[in-house]
Write a protein that binds this ligand. Structure first.
Ligand SMILES: CC(C)(COP(=O)(O)OP(=O)(O)OC[C@H]1O[C@@H](n2cnc3c(N)ncnc32)[C@H](O)[C@@H]1O)[C@@H](O)C(=O)NCCC(=O)NCCS
Ligand SMILES: Nc1ncnc2c1ncn2[C@@H]1O[C@H](COP(=O)(O)OP(=O)(O)OP(=O)(O)O)[C@@H](O)[C@H]1O
Length: 198
């Protein structure tokens, strides 16, 4: 069996990945979301809680990983993000494999992965869509959410492949200007991929 066409979705922080992924879901495309997987892993009973309590005991509260405490720890120690990733990424990878197994009969699936190029996940994709926006738009969007300080945003940006490099490596690029324009481009891309890979 051929299996579904795997479209990877990535883009730097605040570029519109989650919003674009939702538009694919609204078109009936099965979507796997790496950030949502991390949320489940951090929740009470999640598989990341025990291993993270061993290295970041202060980040655990009521049996779950507390993101605010975790971010405070990350801000204080430059190596902490890498230690965190060494625990979290293999668990995320296992969840992705389970999703692929569960959707073997779909024609097209979307994998929303913030660190797609950085972790080599592009090798598992048939094509990659990069979402982008102007740097001032990106910064304003992230800070408007009020979940990150400028320092935390800088730390995350330093860990991510630059937007220009992502666009250069992409098979498809969508600039997330408005919801309606993005929806139209998503519909067009789905039609193109379906016609090419039918
Ligand atoms: C750093 C943390 C605590 C920030 O939590 P918070 O709830 O504020 O933000 P959220 O999880 O929604 O992430 C927001 C965005 O930050 C970026 N981001 C998150 N983790 C990373 C990372 N390790 N490297 C680079 N960018 C990242 C992504 O663009 C992501 O979409 C959290 O993202 C985390 O625990 N990250 C480590 C796990 C990881 O690498 N996740 C990335 C997807 S596998
Ligand atoms: N197509 C769009 N048109 C207009 N605004 C958008 C669009 N997509 C996203 N935005 C705005 O940008 C903000 C960030 O979008 P979203 O959460 O989808 O980005 P993200 O790339 O998933 O972010 P993160 O990397 O932090 O998870 C949203 O709150 C929304 O206001």
């Amino acid at each position: 069996m051929k299996g579904p066409f795997r479209l990877g979705l990535t883009g730097s922080i605040g570029m519109g990945k989650s919003t674009t992924a939702r538009l694919f879901a609204e078109e009936g495309i099965p979507v796997w979301d790496a950030d949502a997987t991390v949320h489940a892993l951090y929740a009470k009973g999640g598989a990341a809680v025990a291993p993270l309590s061993a290295i970041f005991p202060d980040a655990i509260r009521d049996g779950a990983v507390d993101r605010d405490r975790l971010k405070t720890l990350l801000q204080a120690d430059k190596q902490a993000l890498f230690r965190l990733e060494s625990v979290v990424h293999p668990l995320v990878q296992a969840a992705r494999q389970a999703f692929l197994l569960a959707h073997e009969t779909a024609d097209l699936i979307l994998l929303d992965i913030p660190l797609l190029y950085e972790t080599g996940a592009d090798r598992d994709c048939d094509a990659v869509l990069v979402v982008t926006a102007a740097p001032d738009v990106q910064r304003a969007r992230v800070l408007a959410r009020g979940q990150m300080t400028e320092t935390q945003l800088e730390m995350i940006l330093a860990r991510q492949l630059p937007d220009a490099e992502k666009r250069r490596r992409a098979d498809h690029v969508i600039e997330t200007l408005t919801l309606e324009q993005t929806r139209a481009e998503v519909r067009k891309l789905i039609a193109t991929l379906r016609s090419r890979h039918a």
